[in-house]
Write a protein that binds this ligand. Structure first.
Ligand code: SF4
Ligand code: SF4
Length: 214
């Protein structure tokens, strides 16, 4: 060790004392993530509320941490959860294993699985860190109906999948027709009494939720 080395070391300490601290005051002040941050997963829905997951297990096979467990089952006309032949009847992600790498969402052929920006995944219970399908499913947005129910966007799979995403949804067209009829009569009708038409009357079922990725 040279004669001046201790002074050099203290010099580093001394110069650091005048730099702005970078300490983050979490959890009082939460830091905003990058838009494409890989956080908690979400199982997405079609615009009528049916699930996009077809229970193919590709996400589970792609996962390097063996964190995903999927069981598929057949849809029936009486009990339909997705527009295709199969749906994911059991879906679990173990966040004790997940390293948030995103390989599972790359593997998903239907964009059923995406990742949100939610990074608060700590818990003191191992059991609570295994998220079930019910926890992972996206909330029902306006106009969506909780499955099981028939395909609302077209009778056949071709109609359902090839519809123009910008085209109005069937229940929006129905309500527009009703509004048009009201207009022809020149009467306000029940909805027109107060000059407002509630969207809640137009849709088959409702749930809280936000805009979902498609
Ligand atoms: S993000 Fe990575 S580790 Fe987590 S479930 Fe998906 S593939 Fe597995
Ligand atoms: S989330 Fe995607 S990859 Fe995983 S089982 Fe469902 S459809 Fe298949």
């Amino acid at each position: 060790m040279g004669l001046f080395d201790p002074y050099k070391g203290f010099g580093v300490t001394f110069s650091t004392m005048f730099k702005k601290p970078t300490t983050e005051q979490y959890p009082e002040q939460k830091k905003e993530t990058a838009p494409r941050f890989h956080g908690r997963h979400q199982l997405n829905r079609h615009p009528d509320g049916l699930e996009k997951c077809v229970g193919c297990e590709l996400c589970a096979w792609a996962c390097p941490a063996d964190a995903i467990y999927v069981e598929g089952a057949d849809n029936t006309e009486a009990e339909r959860y997705s527009p295709g032949e199969r749906y994911g009847s059991v879906y679990q992600i173990n966040y004790l294993r997940c390293i948030l790498c995103g390989l599972c969402i790359e593997a998903c052929p239907t964009r059923a699985l995406t990742m949100s920006n939610d990074y608060e995944l700590a818990d003191d219970s191992r059991r609570d860190l295994i998220f079930t399908k019910e926890q992972l499913l996206a909330p029902l947005s306006e106009g969506m109906e909780a499955p099981p129910h028939p395909m609302r966007l077209g009778g056949s799979e071709t109609d359902y999948y090839t519809r123009d995403p910008d085209a109005p949804l069937p229940w929006q067209m129905a309500s527009a027709g009703e509004d048009g009829e009201d207009g022809e009569d020149g009467e306000d009708g029940e909805d027109g009494e107060d000059g407002e038409h509630s969207r809640a009357d137009e849709v088959p079922a409702h749930g809280a939720g936000s805009e979902l990725p498609r």
